[in-house]
Design a protein. Sequence first.
Length: 357
Amino acid sequence: MLDFTSALYLGMRHASRSLGSWASLTTGRPAALQSPPGSREVARRLAALQGCEQALLAPSTLHLFWDLFGVLSGGKVAIYLDAGVYPIARWGAEATAARGVPVRKFPHHDAETLLKQLRRDAANGLRPLIVADGYCPGCGRSAPIDDYLECARARGGYLILDDTQALGILGQGPDGRAPYGRGGGGMLRWSDLSGPDILLISSLAKGFGSPLAVLSGSERMVRLFETRSETRVHTSPPSIAAISAAERALDLNIERGDEMRLQLAGLVSRFRRQIRKAGFAATGGLFPVQTLARVKGLDATTLHKRLLRAGVRTVLHQARNGEGARISFIITARHTPSEISRAVEALAGATRKIKRS
């Protein structure tokens, strides 16, 4: 079975034998009482990679979004959500809305409508917290973060980015020899942006293959979060195994991360060339999540089943724009050129069967 459902983009798997040993998976203490061994150093390395002053680890992005909005809502703020933001960020905002914090939504990547909302709300004196995904695999585009940041800065607010998709993939100075850029530091490195009014929340479970998350930003804001966080008091910290996997991922990223990213870019380019020849199109640009464009007369659910029977596992999901089911191929650096060709051949064959039936 050819599998195109894993989001381990760089192919980092971290087998137990590849990690250092540990005496226990957890200390049994909350992070507010004692940081797990290795967590401070991994956080420091992640902050440097992303171009931030400081960082802090957590078990998941849900822990971070849940707490961050609560920490920042101590003053007079309003949350402005890009409509395409990942559900985890939205859940955190909805929990904060229950405490009386205004939450607005604006159309996906529509900085002009955001600006109109901010101008309309100017009289209430609330500082904006503008929330978006740094990169959206659904539409295959990065957010207009320059425009979002300008909106936040002009009103003393913050730009909060979910950088999960970009971390480990996008980096500094993209060019023909490094289509994703270098280093894998994420959207701030890709966009050459920085500032104390930017906060990043990122999972390492995709690009770096470690099931934990990181909050990155200015030293002042990360320290504020650390002192006021409730989940650091009432939930378990990241496991020592996950921290060890993150440490190994950062080592691998230094040793051959750019090589992995170049290999991945070549595989994605190959997939896009071959599906074009087969009469298909996909959104996603050079990003490893490739979503097939709708083809008249082709039902995505039926096509998904046909591909499974042909030995190709893909992701069947509902499009965020409400256009019904779509199929995505997630390409990783562990795929081979022959596997890409076999998948495209299976896609063409499944399509012919559907059209004949």
